[in-house]
Design a protein. Structure first.
Length: 297
């Protein structure tokens, strides 16, 4: 390749990368830099003229606040419970649908429907269905002789209900990844295990699941990050209640920034959420590398 051709190629590559770079800088890097700057300030929409850098006072206030630690606890509980339920259901359904039958194509469409429904519309529908007086869930419980439940009225029941709604919406995501992993899986170890007399359950836990783990690790990371910042389900169904029993970090940042107009403190909360997510995902990925089976010579 001549020098002129090399220069033209570099110019073409730069020209192609320019739109994406401008969008990345304008929509991601600059807003992030502004958020970091706000987190070190007392910026409030109530008194914007009193703007001043207070450095780490927002973070000191945050870590000294019982409300922050409660929100962090609720966020971790919700994330772990939701991802665990979705992982078990997604892998289980994918395994059941892996064997082709006449009903499998129809069932795949049914199981993937929640991903096609607008999240806010689905959550508002659940809000009506969970109404303690007029909701369909309590009506069905009465029909089978069970007492009606206040689905969102107590802390434990509210968390469980939020996890169930999130699982309904996002289990198909795990299902898609698990189904793709099963379709791409090498069948020879499974056939060898069957020839050695291993039953379906034994073969699944000792052979299928370990080979499926790299795919599930990707699903766990993405779903954990998404569940950690869940907002719409909690905001519509409970608003963080009863009391502050379901107030997550994302909802706390919303209330501080949008309701109380304390943009500096809300930005600090958002930065802490980002740092926590990065650290947790890195720790998880490093543990995957530690426990990944090594090739033998």
């Amino acid at each position: 390749m001549t020098a002129q051709a090399a220069r033209e190629r570099r110019r073409f590559v730069l020209l192609m990368l320019t739109p994406a770079t401008v969008l990345l800088v304008g929509l991601t890097i600059i807003p992030f830099a502004i958020s970091v700057a706000f987190s070190f300030s007392n910026y409030s929409l109530v008194t914007p003229d009193d703007f001043a850098f207070i450095w780490f006072e927002n973070y000191e206030r945050m870590f000294a606040s019982a409300e922050f630690w409660n929100a962090l606890r609720v966020t971790v509980i919700f994330t772990v419970a939701a991802v665990a339920v979705e992982l078990v259901l997604g892998v289980g359904i994918a395994a059941l649908l892996h064997h082709e039958t006449r009903a499998v194509p129809f069932l795949r469409i049914v199981y993937l429907l929640p991903l096609a429904i607008t999240p806010v519309a689905a959550v508002f529908t659940f809000r009506i269905m969970l109404n303690p007086s007029l909701g369909v869930f309590n009506y069905l419980l009465k029909q089978i002789g069970l007492p009606p439940q206040d689905w969102l009225g107590t802390p434990a029941m509210a968390i469980a209900t939020l996890v169930a709604v999130d699982a309904w919406q996002w289990t198909p995501f795990i299902l898609l990844i698990a189904a793709g992993g099963l379709a791409a899986m090498d069948q020879e170890p499974l056939e060898a295990a069957a020839m050695d007399g291993a039953g379906p359950v034994t073969s699944f836990f000792h052979h299928t699941l370990p080979m499926l783990f790299p795919y599930l690790a990707v699903a766990i990371v993405f779903r954990s990050i998404d569940a950690f910042k869940t907002f719409d389900i909690i905001f519509v169904l409970t608003g963080g209640g009863p009391g502050i029993a379901t107030r997550t970090l994302n909802l706390l940042a919303y209330k501080q920034g949008i309701e109380f107009l304390s943009m500096g403190y809300a930005a600090a909360l958002a930065i802490v959420m980002l740092i926590f997510t990065i650290i947790a995902s890195q720790v998880f990925l490093r543990r995957i590398n530690l426990f990944r089976p090594r090739a033998t010579m």
